[in-house]
Each structure stands twice: as C-alpha cells, then as structure tokens.
Design a protein around this ligand. Sequence first.
Ligand code: TRP
Length: 446
Amino acid sequence: MTTRILTGITTSGTPHLGNYAGAIHPAIVASRQSGADSFYFLADYHALIKCDDPLRIQRSRLEIAATWLACGLDSQRVTFYRQSDIPEIPELAWLLTCVAGKGLLNRAHAYKAAVDRNVAAGEDPDAGVTMGLYSYPVLMAADILLFNAHQVPVGRDQIQHVEMARDIGQRFNHLFGHGREFFVQPQALIEEGVATLPGLDGRKMSKSYDNTIPLFGSAQQLKSAIAQIVTDSRLPGEAKDVQGSHLFTLYQSFATPAQSAELRDQLLQGLAWGEAKQRLFELLNDELGEAREQYHALINKPDELEDILQAGALKARKIATPFLGELREAVGLRSFRADQQVAASGKKKAAKSARFVSFREADGSFRFRLLGADGEELLLSERFADGKTAGQISKQLQSSAALDIRVQDDAFTLWLAAEEVAQSPLFADTQARDAAIARLRAALAV
Ligand code: TRP
C-alpha cells in the first residue's frame, strides 16, 4: 500500500532560505519517491489565528504557493491545495471538537505558553487567547485525519499536535466506529538529516530573529544579505576558523563535498572572508537562479496559480466529500429519507433495502458491513486480502438458501463453508440479538 504523507504550511510570511533547506526542498524530494502519495496544503485557516492583516494573508498565500511550485513541486503528482478551499476540513474540525477533551487542549504547548506569560505579567490567564489559538490542534487534527495521513513531516514543535490528532482520532473511532477504524493513526515524521541553517548572525535562521536570507529576492538582494553575514575579524592571509564559521556552514549546506573541501582548504590558507562570501553568493545564485525566474513568472500570473490550486482542491475533495459523508452518518447526521442515506461509496442506494457497504482498512484489507434499511449495522465482515473476495462473499450471503448463523452470548457470527465470514455487533441481551437475526434474515432474503 502507498504511504500517505501530508503536511501543512502556515501562510504567514515570505519563505526564506532556512525554510527552503529545512522544509521545502526535503518535502519535494520526498514527494518524488515511488510509493509516496503526498498531500501539501497551505494552512491559511491556521494563518488567520496569528494574523489579522488581510493583505498579508493574501500575499503570503500567493508567495508560498508560487515558492513550492517554483521549487519543483509537481502538482500533477501530488495533491496541492489551500485548506480554505476544503469546506470538509472545518466541518470535520467541529465533529472532532465535540469529542476532544478540553483537558487535552489545556496541555497544548502554545496555549500553555500564552497562559504562563499572562500569569507572569499578572494578567488574567486567558488574556488575549482566542478560541482559534486554543482550538488550533483540533483544526490541525482535522487536516490530518480527513485524508488519513500515515506520516506527517513536521518540525519538533509540532510533534505534540500530531499526537493530539492521534488521540482525538482514536476517541472518534472508539465512540462511532463500532469496530471500524475511520481514522488511521498518524505518525509525526521528523527529518533528522535535514539542515537547520544558521542565519546572518549565527543563530538559527528564523523570521523571529530577523536574520534570514530571502529565498527569491533579486540577485542584488541576495548579495547584500550575504554581505551582512557576521564573520570574525581575521584578515586576508590569516588562516580562518572553519569549524566556527557559520558562513562555511551555509556554504556546506548547498555545496558538493568536493566544493566544501576546496573552500575549507582555501580558508585555512587565508582566503579573505569577502572572497568566501562571493563564493557563497555564486553557489546560491546557481542553486536558486532558475527557480527564482519561475517564481517571479508565477507570481505575475496569479490566475494560473488559482487554477492549479482549484484543481488541487477538486482532487482533495474527491476524497474528502464522500469520507465526510460517512462520518456524518456515523455521528447521526443522516437524511430522514431512507433512500438518500449516503453509503460508503457516496452513491445513493435503492429505497428501503438493506445494503452492503464495503470499505478498506488502514492495513489495506477489505471489509464490508451489512446495513439494514434504517442504517442499523447488522454485520461486519472479517478482513479480506482483496476486494474481489470480499465482494464474492457478500454475493454468496445474498444467495445462500440457509444461513449458517451461530449465536454466542449477546452476539452472533455468520459462517460460509466452515469459515467465519462476519460478525454481528454486541446486543443488549439475547432477545435483542434474536430480533436482529430475524432482521438479518429478512434483509438477506430481499
Ligand atoms: N501547525 C503547522 C505549523 O505551524 C502547520 C500545519 C497546519 C500542519 N496543519 C497541519 C502541519 C497539518 C502538518 C499537518 O508548522
């Protein structure tokens, strides 16, 4: 089975070189691996939590979309969309809000940090805390669970959020799944090998330290940013401390091993810092030049970007819409018309008859349920290796003259050719069980 990889990029700000090396580039490389089914999206609902400037929100969405595409993300191969184009995400967020424990969210790092700051300042603990900030992890859980992502590449600060998504998903499964796992358990994926770039001052490159190198500024802007990299005061001709130089670290992050070895030798032999900066400029300008052109071309064609993202949303909603339909059914938000109840496939079924609903488990196996005309679950099948077997078994059940039903306490199982193929839910007592058996016989006889 393919591995579904999903990650969101909060659209507040302009991508810099640190984002490129730490997130964008590795994600694009990963998306090209065979067996990866990648979902990348602009987390623009999340951006609203931190930013109330509409122009900045809009600008950042445009810049980040253009950046990913310019860096080589293939929107045909992956699913690339804006969170705010998928109405199923906030809808699922509400379903999850209704099962997420408040106590769980009280423990979220970002919320706790805000409370600690308030308390330290002698303020009300929740001063300035919006429900958006508080519920941030639930929205993120909806992002992840709606697409049943197996792996979620994130920074360390987001691990807790992925764990919360597991918790919340499990709770939903437990409450509404009746043995079915609606949601798989997502795993945070921390890329150990990925570079954390030093910024101009040697601290981690970060917008909050104001020490970044712009990713797609002009060549001149790149040059002047590099000119600001802090170095020690060793003069031309003096051997440089290569290990302690973040200029060298930056160079090494983009150079081949041979190029790095060459620059190291030259620095040890006294190459001037100014000269080393020129080398770094040339290296980065080469690495980014082509993407930069692409980027500016895209930024100037916002209509084209819009089309790409709309196509991505369509692709994502092909999965999201039917799945959310099942989740709505599971919690009891069903049509009053029996003939309009949505089956797992999203298709309408004939009126007033029982129906088989097949689905696939997270482990790749195939199963089906038999639902009564009113949506009551009558049977849940065993796991089958392929869809064909599952289909054949459900057909056989419909055509068998005498059903092999075996009762066991308050439940029963169904057998075909000496093999157990399905089981009932657990009933309140044997009377309820026998009534269900009668309904099952009636349903299969139709
Ligand atoms: N919270 C993430 C961040 O700040 C962005 C994000 C939103 C995300 N939804 C997600 C990441 C779902 C992974 C999966 O980095």
